[in-house]
Design a protein. Structure first.
Length: 387
């Protein structure tokens, strides 16, 4: 089991492959702590009265057993084939059996490590059988070893508890990794959503401003030969629009851009007049509207007027703001109608962005032909209950 702290991000790195020497050392220490139970076999090798040949073979067997046990436990975070793990556990169990039968009761503790390594290296649906299997094998081998009864009672519980504890650790590691991946996915989705929001805001801001700049530039070009003073006024207006567009973009990037209906009504009058479209707009708007709903309608007004100026070829545009009572409660309705070439609504960045904005505040958007010629955009937002 790996549990260490990364000072760079302050997050516990559970179940990850060690990436640095420090991480490997810390994980090795965590695993190495539990090797102190091997003190019994080591002591038996030193003072158990075995022959030199038995000591040599026992030492080699213990080293081989411990080495492969460490490989299985240290690599629990990596994907090892289940078949390879099962074969390895079979070899460990065979080593534990041979060493216990030939060298004595102190070597029965090796079965505890077989149980722990099976819990650490195998999936839960398999290790729930191999852990009790390793414990059962130990209870079968023990009676063949002299003095086994004094040792077996103290090994059964550690074998079961240690093995199933590692099953739990492995499940925790898997859950932690899945949560980390889910968090990364959520962060990526949030970043994508923010990019879409910025693209929508910049489209709404720059589409309106650039259309107005184009119209005034054309007017200035036509006025320049005969009416230089009026052309200069148009150029001054272009400068103001450019400066305001720059401010709007900066505010949008900072997340503070919240247009208002009075401001957008004033901008609509200027844009329609510059395009030679007769505008019929409310003289003023002083109703109290929730900020989010007003912002959504203001964006809708800006997009609708921009489309009238750029695409409709209209001579007249009518804007109306009406409060209506519906079964779901009061709503504020924005209607923008022109007498231009008409046609059906074509989904694009503008209408898609408006739909998203309105739906976010519980509103709706409809856009389509208005009679034989002309086009109408209708946006509604709820006002909530009023006393």
């Amino acid at each position: 089991m790996a549990l260490y702290q990364d000072p760079a991000d302050g997050l516990s790195r559970i179940g990850q492959v060690p990436e640095t020497t420090r991480h490997k050392v810390v994980k090795s220490l965590w695993i190495g702590i539990w090797l102190f139970y091997l003190g019994a076999p080591v002591t038996d090798l030193i003072s158990g009265g075995h022959s030199d040949g038995a000591r040599l073979l026992g030492a080699l067997g213990l080293l081989a057993f411990t080495g492969w046990y460490l490989v299985l436990v240290f690599r629990t975070v990596q994907l090892m084939p289940v078949r390879t793990v099962l074969i390895s556990l079979g070899v460990l169990a065979a080593q534990a059996t041979v060493l216990s039968l030939t060298l004595g009761r102190e070597w029965l503790v090796l079965f505890v490590y077989v149980s722990i390594s099976s819990g650490a290296a195998l999936p839960g649906e398999i290790s729930r059988w191999t852990v009790p299997g390793a414990t059962a094998l130990m209870t079968l081998v023990a009676p063949a070893v002299p003095g086994w009864d004094a040792y077996l009672a103290g090994l059964v519980v550690p074998a079961l508890m240690g093995g199933f504890a590692m099953v739990g650790v492995r499940a925790m590691i898997r859950t932690t990794i899945e949560l980390r991946q889910a968090r990364a996915t959520v962060a990526q989705l949030a970043a994508n959503e923010e990019r879409l929001r910025m693209a929508r805001d910049l489209h709404d801001l720059l589409g309106h401003s650039l259309s107005l700049i184009t119209l005034k530039s054309e007017l200035a070009g036509r006025m320049l030969p005969d009416h230089p003073d009026r052309a200069a006024q148009q150029v001054a207006d272009i400068e103001k629009v450019c400066r305001q567009a720059l401010v709007d973009v900066r505010e949008a990037v900072s997340g503070y851009r919240r247009p208002t209906l009075p401001g957008e009504l004033a901008g609509a009058r200027t844009a329609l007049a510059a395009a030679g479209v007769k505008g019929d707009l409310p003289a003023d708007f002083t109703d109290t509207v929730p900020e989010d709903q007003e912002c959504a309608l203001a964006w809708s007004l800006r997009e609708a007027v921009t489309n009238v100026v750029r695409h409709s070829g209209a001579k007249r545009c009518t804007v109306a703001l009406t409060t209506r009572q519906t079964l779901a409660g009061p709503v504020l309705e924005l209607s923008v109608t022109d007498d231009g070439s008409g046609g059906s609504a074509v989904p694009g960045n503008g209408l898609t962005g408006l739909t998203e904005r309105l739906e976010a505040v519980g509103g709706t958007l409809w856009a389509g032909p208005a009679g034989k010629t002309g086009f109408r955009l209708l946006a509604r937002v709820p006002l909530g209950s009023r006393s």
